[in-house]
Design a protein around this ligand. Structure first.
Ligand code: HPA
Length: 254
């Protein structure tokens, strides 16, 4: 039986472990051919629509970015009937417009991660699972229609949002050196985070419409007005909490 449609799936990042406004919540945790997702998927209603929520790092934030089963997360949401996925990603800001507490909807990305399972195209040791190798187009890594819907919803809900920007995905879990951030700036990155990839690429391979809503938690190393600033988890969480205060209104409108 085809699963009932989910109008929007939301994947929450650091500091975003639940969607308090979800109502009539049903909880599911399907095991996929790629294994189990990071935690339970909460499905409920929001603004009259069916919305699913999954905490990317697990609800107790126990999974580091390089050990998240990105494939299982996306496949589980898809199996439950989701076609559109909005990823919430906590990030550091590199360029001027992306200071702490800014919300942004990037339109490009650069992948600096390594050693992560980053595709669904795979043949196992016994030669199973091959099939056709898919070289998906990824020139525009985020779904234009979903990005436009996010930006329109932000405007309608009167939530400030930067339209565009380049997300650089780093391996983590350590933060970056100042030289690494200086290089990323030269490469054209505006934002830096640890979970944007392989999630976005896998979503494209799976045929999902996927966009990123980045929440700037801190200036990336050496990028802010105080080049000697030390980034603490408490600062990150405080900024995320402040920046996401308007998120419920935005999601409801979306
Ligand atoms: N770098 C990488 N990932 C992050 C940062 C950062 O400065 N802040 C929040 N996530």
């Amino acid at each position: 039986m085809e699963p009932a449609r989910i109008d929007l799936a939301v994947i929450g990042g650091t500091g975003l472990y639940k969607l308090a406004q979800l109502q009539d919540v049903d909880t599911q945790q399907p095991v996929t051919r790629y294994g189990a997702p990071s935690g339970p998927i909460r499905i409920g209603t929001l603004g009259g629509r069916r919305v699913a929520f999954l905490a990317r790092h697990g609800e107790g934030h126990s999974l580091p970015p390089h050990q998240i089963n990105y494939r299982a997360n996306l496949a589980a949401l898809q199996a439950l009937g989701a076609q559109r996925v909005l990823a919430l990603n906590t990030v550091g800001g590199i360029t001027e417009r992306y200071g702490p507490r800014v919300l942004a909807c990037p339109d490009q990305l650069i992948d600096y991660t390594w050693g992560r399972v980053s595709t669904i195209c795979e043949v196992d040791a016994e030669g199973r699972g091959g099939g056709e190798v898919i070289h998906v187009d990824f020139g525009e890594p985020y779904a234009r229609s979903l990005r436009q819907a996010v930006i329109a919803a932000a405007a309608q809900a009167n939530v400030a949002m930067v339209d565009g920007g380049c997300y650089g995905a780093t391996q983590g879990p350590r933060l970056e050196t100042r030289a690494e951030i200086a290089r990323m700036r030269r490469d054209g990155c505006d934002l830096v985070g640890m979970t944007g990839m392989p999630e976005a690429g896998l979503a494209r391979e799976l045929g999902l419409d996927y966009a990123c809503l980045a929440i700037v938690a801190n200036w990336a190393a050496g990028a802010g007005p105080d080049p000697d600033e030390v980034i603490t988890l408490q600062d990150v969480l405080d900024h995320v909490a402040a920046a996401t205060a308007e998120l419920p209104r935005l999601l409801e409108t979306l």
